[in-house]
Design a protein around this ligand. Structure first.
Ligand code: FEO
Ligand code: CA
Ligand code: CA
Length: 655
């Protein structure tokens, strides 16, 4: 694929200033305990086992030498100097030699099932061969979260979609697994690869774990509650230490409608209301052509979504598993780490206002010597939900049937009921209601970073008030929390926490950047969503919502979590109109960054799109970019002949 056409740069605005008003003082008081917290954690003898690759312990010496770029508006991108971007995979690109070419005017479900899906979110790079650290050949695993049918189809009628349009949408969701190779300085997909695969809204998946066969998981099509047709709403994901993907079904409730057909104090009515299923027509009106999305006909079908789906990219024949032991929620992702005792801990957030942060700990131990020995590790263990205490401590509250309020008295007669009704169970044990938990990532030193994207309802009349972990009224810019497990034990029940970032414009006195001076050249940032660490330990943050917050496009930012530049947020990339930035993933040597540009042009239509990304033609196509340093250095390194700047610069502006 060609590099993206370069056009005139956008004028940026340097956002700096800020005086440290009372809000900042409050945050900083907590922060003054940082060294204590860290020393407490380290005193427990840090034995950190890597997740998949051997990560390098970060040094205080930041390699981040690029001059951070200004924001963009309209249909323009910007990328840090010294880097270049090319389009690797676009919605509709054929993934198989026999797949038809993309034709948006004559799209069919059969064609879409053989092509790259819509609205790419999570991206994971899995090296080939599997046990290698290869950065030149690997598998990209990409989630496809939701559809924008008004941009996918000409003359789309949201109230009356055609059967064909519904079928195409179901095939455009799920996951794509694509072999990619780096040759002649460029990345390209390998069309004939035996690993290439689509998993869609109609692919058979197996239920496993404690809720397998539960009465609420049984439907007319699956009377034993064992097999689900499809996965969708696949937002972000994570990877296991044995090299599989954990794809999170997030806003599954949008697919279901007609809750009004359930009556009285019906169990299904209450449960589906708690999940947010629509009273009338669903968001996409799929129930008009596929009655499994109609609660009046199949009231149990929504229980079969909202799970973590484990997929093995290296084994195309292995049926995707919906792991019920991890609970059912509108989950953003599931990121894992091996605990000191060998158990695997998985951190997740439910991305809904006033929902919760979770941790699942396996009962068994990870076996690094026998991959197949880990096949069923995720089917037994303990799901916990977080309570953030005002004194900076925290508790992981177990969601175990029979313990505390999780009993028949509260309508939870089995562990299966607890897991199917995870939200209700978390309510009952008194977890802390958060400002929309998005991605959670574990740093190389074991510190856990939690993105809270925003929550405009925080503190408004009738809604939960501010608390120390969600400290801002009408939190429209979001924040990031740092969590350190007591004794550095990811399998434990106690932790300590503190605010790392309180996002916004650094001139705004309600922001906080880990104590870094707000006059020091910090990029304004709003709505943190996906997080990822590079192999040097820098935290990269993608945003979703800056158009509403600042009137600018979403972007990718990087911040050091340690050393003299700790807290200094810098914009590395700014995306096009209507798009969020997601799914950033690095090759093992950090020389390539894969990045999803999701829903370019959202808010406009097929006939009048606000974005022509990536080809300069309509319709816009959600795509994965491959970003490389022009000198072959690690992403974020300085451009040749330049030095680090503290002011935002236009960077390399792209169309
Ligand atoms: Fe799909 Fe929470 O973002
Ligand atoms: Ca997200
Ligand atoms: Ca989001």
């Amino acid at each position: 694929m060609p590099d993206i056409e370069i056009e005139e740069p956008d004028d940026g605005v340097l956002s700096a200033g800020g005086t440290g008003e009372p809000f900042a003082d409050v945050v900083a008081r907590r922060w003054s305990r940082r060294d204590f917290l860290r020393s407490t954690a380290m005193a427990g003898l840090t034995i950190y086992l890597p997740t998949v690759h051997n990560r390098v312990v970060p040094s205080a010496e930041s390699r981040l030498g690029f001059g951070h770029v200004a924001s963009t508006t309209g249909d323009r991108m910007a990328l840090a100097d010294g880097h270049r971007a090319s389009v690797l995979l676009r919605w509709g690109d054929p993934l198989f030699p026999d797949a038809p070419a993309f034709d948006p005017l004559r799209q069919t479900a059969a064609a879409q099932a053989r092509q790259f899906g819509y609205n790419c979110d999570f991206v994971g790079y899995f090296p080939l061969p599997r046990t290698s650290e290869s950065w030149r050949r690997g598998l990209l695993v990409v989630n496809h979260e939701y559809t924008n049918p008004e941009l996918m189809f000409p003359n789309y009628n949201a109230a009356l979609p055609t059967a064909q349009q519904v079928a195409v949408q179901l095939e455009s969701l799920g996951l794509s697994i694509v072999e990619v190779v780096h040759e002649g300085g460029e990345w390209r997909p390998v069309l004939g690869s035996p690993y290439n695969r689509r998993i869609t809204g109609t692919t058979e998946c197996q239920l496993t774990g404690p809720a397998l066969g539960h009465r609420l998981l049984r439907t007319a099509a699956d009377p034993l509650g064992r097999t689900v047709r499809g996965t969708f709403a696949n937002c972000s994901a994570g990877r296991t230490p044995w090299g599989t993907v954990l794809s999170a079904e997030e806003n599954f409730h949008d697919a279901f409608g007609n809750r009004r057909s359930l009556t009285g104090d019906d169990e299904d009515l209450l449960n589906h209301a708690r999940s947010g299923v629509a009273i009338g027509a669903s968001k996409w009106a799929w129930e008009r052509h596929d009655d499994r999305f109609d609660l009046g006909r199949h009231p149990h079908e929504p229980y079969r979504f909202g799970w973590v789906v484990e997929v093995d990219p290296y084994d195309p024949k292995w049926v995707p598993r919906k792991r019920t032991a991890l609970g059912r929620m509108r989950r953003e992702a599931a990121n894992s780490v091996v605990a000191r005792g060998g158990q695997v801990a998985l951190y997740s957030g439910d991305d809904t206002a006033f929902e919760y942060v979770y941790k699942f700990v396996t009962r068994g131990r990870f076996n690094p010597h026998d991959r197949t020995a880990n096949r069923d590790l995720l089917d037994e263990g303990t799901l916990h939900v977080a309570r953030f205490n005002a004194n900076g401590s925290g508790d992981w509250l177990p969601l175990v049937h029979g313990q505390g309020p999780l009993t028949s008295v509260n309508g939870l007669p089995t562990q299966g009921d607890v897991l199917i009704n995870t939200l209700k169970s978390a309510d009952l044990v008194g977890a802390t209601k958060m400002d929309r938990p998005e991605d959670i990532e574990i740093a190389p030193d074991g510190t856990v970073y939690i993105a809270l994207t925003k929550n405009a309802q925080r503190g408004v009349p009738g809604q939960p008030k501010v608390d120390p972990a969600n400290p801002r009224v009408e939190n429209k810019h979001g924040h990031v929390i740092e969590l350190i497990e007591d004794g550095d034990d990811h399998a434990g029940r106690r932790f300590r926490w503190q605010l790392f970032l309180v996002c916004g414009d650094p001139a705004d006195p309600t922001t906080y950047f880990a104590g870094y001076p707000t006059t020091g050249g910090i990029s304004r940032i709003s709505c943190p969503d996906n997080l990822a660490f590079d192999h040097a330990g820098n935290l990269w943050i993608a945003t979703d919502g800056q158009a509403e917050a600042f009137g600018i496009n979403d972007g990718l930012f990087v911040v050091s979590v340690d050393g003299p530049e700790r807290g200094r947020v810098r914009r590395f990339f700014s995306a096009v109109a209507g798009a969020e930035v997601t799914g950033h993933a690095f090759t093992p040597n950090d020389t390539t960054l894969f990045l999803s540009i999701q829903h370019p042009g959202e808010g406009s239509t097929f006939a009048a799109p606000s974005s022509l990304f990536p080809d300069g033609t309509a319709p816009p196509r959600p795509s994965v970019l491959a970003i490389q340093h022009v000198g072959g250095l690690a992403i974020g390194s300085a451009a040749a002949g330049t030095s680090t700047t503290t002011a935002e610069s236009p960077g390399s502006a792209l169309r």
